[in-house]
Design a protein around this ligand. Sequence first.
Ligand code: NCD
Length: 320
Amino acid sequence: MGIGIPELESPPAGWKRKHLLGLEDLSAEEITTILDTAEVFRRLLLEGRRRIPLLEGKTCVNLFFENSTRTRTSFALAARRLGADMVDFSAATSSLSKGETVVDTAKNLEAMGIEAVIVRHSTPGTPHLLAQHLRCSVINAGDGPHEHPTQGLLDILTIRQRFGRIEGLTVALVGDIAYSRTARSDIWGLKKLGAHVIVCGPSTLVSPRWAELGVEYCYSLDEILPRVDVLNLLRIQFERQLTRPFPSVREYAHLYGMNRERLARTKPSVLVIAPGPINRGVEVSPDVADGPHSAILTQVTNGVAVRMAVLWLLICGGKE
Ligand code: NCD
């Protein structure tokens, strides 16, 4: 359906992808296509457009087995702004408690006629499993500590807006590299677009094996501060850890918390981002989180545009 916006007449001819399971699978060209499309949607949203009916008559399902504020709402808004219906599935009140498998649950939802399922689950690989069994598009909204591709994309979009490029930038991911799915998606996406990535945190959460993928690893935040362009402050994922990776939260905040004093030792142009939820006073102090270097809420705004781009490209362009 034409809506009078040349860039949105139809998905680019080369676009074939039907599922978004992780940024590890995407080429630099595909990532750039999503970012460029998201920019078009962002522009329209900023102009005050609330209805861009490219998915009129389509239905999406939010299938979340883990808590979420931003991602779930953002997908729901993205679908609605595109004119699609959005159904919110609640794991707590579903037949899963009666013994139904995740695949059977998803197949039943698909049998009602849907075009996309957006899934978050604590088990890595759940979206990949669904993609094998469903005919509709499957979007990974976080599979355990593995990937969270739309978060990676909105992080990269936010960085690209600020610097006009990704290539040549030094981006530090600080904190829980072991358990953060945002970390993995950021690493794949940023590396493909030519950034230098540093993973930084306590040695219990940062493996030297990241070096095998061309990522620098470091245990001292103070050491890298002067040379980073972007700091992505990751939450410590206590809910995924069997044992505490450091003696106390206070000690973590002392060594890795981003605060005014540390900010003074960065480049004046440094960009501070965080996937959220943020723990004020742990990974970031309130003055930095709310200060001029922070783009934490811009990321949330960008999230809607990125998810509109992903839904439109996968549903209208997917051929696999
Ligand atoms: C993240 C998540 O759930 O993976 N948040 C998000 O989706 N914006 C990160 C986190 O929980 O720390």
